[in-house]
Design a binder for this molecule. Sequence first.
Ligand SMILES: [Zn+2]
Length: 361
Amino acid sequence: MPLVPLYGHERLRERLAEAYARGTLPASMLLHGPRGVGKQRLALWLGQLLLCDGEGVRPCGKCSQCRFTGALTHPDLRWIFPRPRLKDGDPSVDDVRDDYAEAIAERVANGGLYAPPSGSDGIYVATVRAIVRTAAMSPALARRKVFVIGDAERMVPQEGSDAAANAFLKLLEEPPADTTLVLTSSEPGALLPTIRSRVISVRVTPIADAAVGEFLADPIVKSQLRSDSSKTPMSELIGLAAGAPGRLLASASLREATQQAQRLLDAATSADRAGGYRVAFGQGAARARGSFTDTLDALEVLLHHRVKSGVASGNERLSAGAAKALEVVERVKEQASGNVNPQLLTAALIREMSTLIGSRQ
Ligand SMILES: [Zn+2]
């Protein structure tokens, strides 16, 4: 599937392309602006531009570099973003690489669209170490290499590894001549000050309504927004997007996580075995859009409601059961950050919850 193209940001694209042509493009920069405005897509576009060999307007979309960057398979365009923590212990550079290969394949399958990171996703020290290591190597195919580091405020500091953190700061301060680092953040205030002081900030502003309209008319975007949004008039969607159309995708994935959590809860309370397994297997398919952790976060919200309504109505059994179920969800969340299959975890979760809040209780 092709990536959804970058819509809008024409002026900024011109400025960046001119800076690159003049040789004044900063080697370490931070694109900051509202969530959903397209900062990571813009950073990838810039990476495509920097690696393009074509003549005329770049990225040309035709040269061999562009073919690889366009499919996000170019070894010199690295896309880093928050991920669930890999299994306990100390993942190797190869583990990190495999994890990102899988995550990026998932994003490519969605046309490059994705939901915002969930609460526990981060850019952990093993990933930082892998970035530093790769930056020290020569480019594989192109003349340069570009690192796009999305939601950079999720970089987890130190964790007892000053060496990796310091090496990354040094990399930001003085990247090799063939390396460009593009960080993005919707919450630049949350960035580590040591990182903020080493990058040139570039503001990414909301895009025009016309560009939002083009984005929403893109067939891949349409398929991701799903039925309930397609009933909303275009003018209303454009208004909701407020120049940052990725917001609409975020709310779609949040809605989906809530729906999946509700299905999970229904399966547990109805003690319907077959239904429970269907939900568990559905979790595998739902993974691409909104991670398992998002479903668990949403499930916690639903269970909190149950505790409250139990307390309010004096139904002690209801509130106590839901409170215990919350503990189970907490434990599953921890397990989910390891390498456990979400389908198995979901099946076990439904089973355990049904003993606490099921209809037979
Ligand atoms: Zn090209």
